[in-house]
Write a protein that binds this ligand. Structure first.
Ligand code: ITT
Ligand code: NA
Length: 187
């Protein structure tokens, strides 16, 4: 089954496709404008974007909204992760975290699937971890070089894609989507 995926981030597409292919799903990136409202809630942002994407495409469509939430920074950058990455970047985050002992953080991914004007299903993935003391690794994307999942010593950027997918917020959210689609395959 093919599902359209509205995103400008090809890293998301590649990671997510590796996860959903075992459920017989192929995610097709599609170049439709993703409407991103300003909100503190990733869920609200994702649902709104999925609803609008469905209105344009009229076919099953997913969007993913994700972010890195750092406890010592009261959840910053959170819903602003994309903007913060492009502006202050990894170095800026490490600077804000200089001398901070509580380095706990979590990645959250919200995947919203719209299959009609009124049916939107939401799948969430959360991965707990902490902020590294320095930039490490060159795989992955975004904040991967500074995020270490709990009970691990490597950053996401030091892991191969399949290893990151086992633990990542995106892995969890898209596996949940895959299970839902599989369970509802005869609808
Ligand atoms: P689209 O909105 O077009 O899908 P985006 O990259 O702008 O792509 P978001 O608005 O969801 O995506 O912003 C999420 C940001 O959080 C993203 O730009 C990354 O900086 C960061 N992020 C999300 N998942 C990540 C991951 O697995 N590894 C590293 N950084 C991640
Ligand atoms: Na975005």
């Amino acid at each position: 089954m093919k599902i359209m995926f509205v995103t400008n981030n090809m890293n998301k597409v590649i990671e997510a496709n590796e996860i959903v292919k075992s459920f017989g799903i192929e995610l097709i990136p599609i170049d439709v404008k993703k409407i991103e409202i300003q909100s503190d809630s990733l869920r609200e942002i994702a649902i709104y974007a999925a609803k609008h994407a469905y209105e344009v495409i009229r076919k099953p469509v997913v969007v993913e909204d994700s972010g890195l939430f750092i406890d010592a920074l009261n959840g910053f950058p959170g819903p602003y992760s994309s903007y913060v990455y492009r502006t202050i970047g990894l170095k800026g985050i490490l600077k804000l975290m200089e001398g901070v002992r509580n380095r706990n953080a979590r990645f959250i991914a919200i995947v919203a699937l719209a299959i009609s004007d009124s049916e939107i299903y939401v799948f969430e993935g959360i991965t707990e971890g902490y902020i590294a003391n320095e930039i490490r690794g060159d795989k992955g994307f975004g904040y991967d070089p500074i995020f270490i999942p709990s009970n691990h010593s490597k950053t996401f950027a030091e892991m191969d894609r399949s290893e990151k997918n086992m633990y990542s917020h995106r892995g969890k959210a898209f596996r949940a989507l895959g299970e839902w689609v599989y369970a509802n395959r005869d609808r």
